[in-house]
Design a protein around this ligand. Structure first.
Ligand SMILES: [Mg+2]
Length: 186
């Protein structure tokens, strides 16, 4: 049976989008070191005002495809039954999240043309999905599976190797690490 692999999108396939938007909006030069927690928007004094601005933009115009992601995904797509599982509902603007789904769809279709749109899963709670392997930047999305890969991101650097080992999770610092863990260790 083919092995199902779930790959997260934001901060795994794509990087820098939200950071670049925050910097443009605020006229700042923040780096990831300035954001120790997942919700970067918590730094804003007036979140409502920001999200009014945000809704008119496309976050994927501000992001880039992560280094080596294209090549490694192409290989993974041949070895696994691959799905991109990505959440799209912003907690601050749930009713306006439909356009984010559209933007994600268009970005994936343009940038990763070898992945069929039928391999996209737009979701919130990924725990309902069963898979052999998972790649995500949040441990909450790495609950089960034979292979669980935590992709390094600004908000997860403080999780120790020991803590990850106990949960059966391996850390990938980049896409080359993903390749090693999911293709060379098969
Ligand atoms: Mg993510």
């Amino acid at each position: 049976m083919e092995k199902i692999l779930l790959v997260d999108m934001d901060d795994v396939i794509t990087v820098d989008g939200f950071l670049n938007m925050l910097n443009e909006y605020m006229g700042t030069d923040y780096t990831y070191d300035d954001f120790p927690t997942f919700y970067m928007q918590d730094i804003l004094p007036d979140k409502d005002k920001f999200f009014t601005w945000f809704k008119e933009k496309n976050m994927y115009d501000y992001c880039r495809l992560n280094d080596d992601c294209y090549e490694v995904l192409e290989k993974l797509n041949k070895h696994y039954k691959l799905f991109i599982a990505t959440s799209y509902i912003f907690r601050e603007i749930p009713r306006d999240s439909g356009h984010i789904l559209y933007q994600k769809f268009e970005y994936l279709k343009d940038k990763l043309p070898f992945i069929n749109p039928e391999q996209y899963i737009f979701i919130s709670d990924k725990s309902v999905l069963k898979a052999y392997a998972r790649i995500d930047d949040r441990t909450i999305n790495l609950i089960d599976g034979e292979k669980k890969v935590l992709f390094s991101a600004y908000h997860n650097g403080d999780i120790s190797d020991e803590e990850l080992r106990k949960k059966g999770i391996k850390r990938a610092r980049n896409w080359k690490d993903v390749e090693k863990i999911l293709l060379e260790e098969i």
